[in-house]
Design a protein around this ligand. Structure first.
Ligand SMILES: [Zn+2]
Length: 306
């Protein structure tokens, strides 16, 4: 059990709720909610989430904020055209002592659900995956992606099946790792060519050119079709750092041969600035690595966890 799951289990026991994975969930006054840990600066906080059909009136909201310090942030959820929900997100300002935590939470959820009932706000009855209520199949509450929402059994099974297929496919692709590594290295070699032309051909360096190297290396990796996991960036980074260092050293060796000096002497010569050049090249490598990493994080967000 991971840290998050453990924390969720403890909180669920304390508050007399249920837990599934890293999500705490429950029901008060017919309103269904989930509680998840979210990052907050360097720490994490608990956030309560409810999916409802509309927002509270401004008056009630001001009142809740003033008297109960309940601060609601709304996000719109349009899963399908027939499924439109307002997500109520409330960061829980949990007191330190366990006893006070129970009182704080019970007070908050009772106050909030009473206000919701007063204003005639309801849970969403449609399935959170397909967006409709099929007549031949009941929608039931289930935890999905950290939300406690109504779902069709068949819809949730289809979603998990899809996820299983993707994981299977990815595991199969791990066999392509050696090819991806070779192509990442070749990519780095191709990506360094603009820098080589700039240094050897014109004798000057346009630093940003070095950022092309890890990006090209990353695309080489992608071409090999191995999974786009965290190590994809690492492989592209290592390949491009090696290739970059080799090119600068090669340049140093040529300068050394022409000047009849040793490589160490050439690098120590501050007028030639080869040491600074190497530093700058590696720095721009890192810029390229950050670009490649950003691409991976973007493609991998939206992954389901279960
Ligand atoms: Zn459905």
């Amino acid at each position: 059990m991971g840290l998050k799951e453990n924390a969720a289990l403890k909180l669920s026991v304390l508050l007399n709720l249920k837990a599934e994975g890293a999500t705490v969930y429950g029901e008060v006054n017919d309103y269904h909610f989930s509680i998840n840990q979210i990052p907050y600066g360097n720490a994490t906080v608990w956030q309560l989430t409810m999916l409802l059909d509309k927002t509270l009136s401004t008056d009630t909201q001001t009142n809740l904020k003033k008297t109960h310090k309940i601060n609601i942030q709304y996000t719109a959820l349009d899963i399908t055209p027939t499924y439109q929900a307002v997500a109520y997100n409330i960061v829980l300002n949990m007191p330190m002592s366990k006893e006070k935590q129970v009182n704080y939470f019970n007070n908050l959820i009772t106050t909030l659900t009473n206000m919701l009932a007063n204003e005639g706000i309801s849970n969403i009855e449609n399935c959170g995956l397909c967006g409709v209520t099929k007549e031949d199949e009941d929608v039931e509450y289930a935890v999905y992606k950290g939300l406690y929402i109504k779902l069709h059994k068949s819809c949730i099974e289809a979603a998990y099946e899809e996820q299983r297929r993707e994981i299977e496919k990815e595991n199969k692709n791990i066999k392509r790792l050696p090819i991806s590594i070779i192509l990442a290295f070749l990519g780095a070699v191709v990506g360094i060519i603009p820098s080589v032309i700039s240094i050897f051909g014109f004798g000057w360096l346009f630093g940003i050119l070095f950022a092309i190297c890890p990006i090209a290396s990353f695309f080489g990796y992608k071409l090999g079709k191995a999974p786009l996991r965290w190590y994809a960036t690492l492989i592209a980074a290592v390949c491009s750092l090696i290739v970059t260092a080799l090119v600068i050293i090669l340049f140093g060796l040529l300068v050394a041969a022409a000047a009849n000096a040793t490589l160490q002497e050439v690098f120590a010569d501050s007028e030639l600035g080869l040491g600074a050049l190497l530093g700058q090249a590696l720095l721009f490598d890192i810029v390229g690595i950050a670009c490649a990493f950003g691409y991976i994080s973007k493609t991998r967000s939206g992954k389901v966890s279960k």
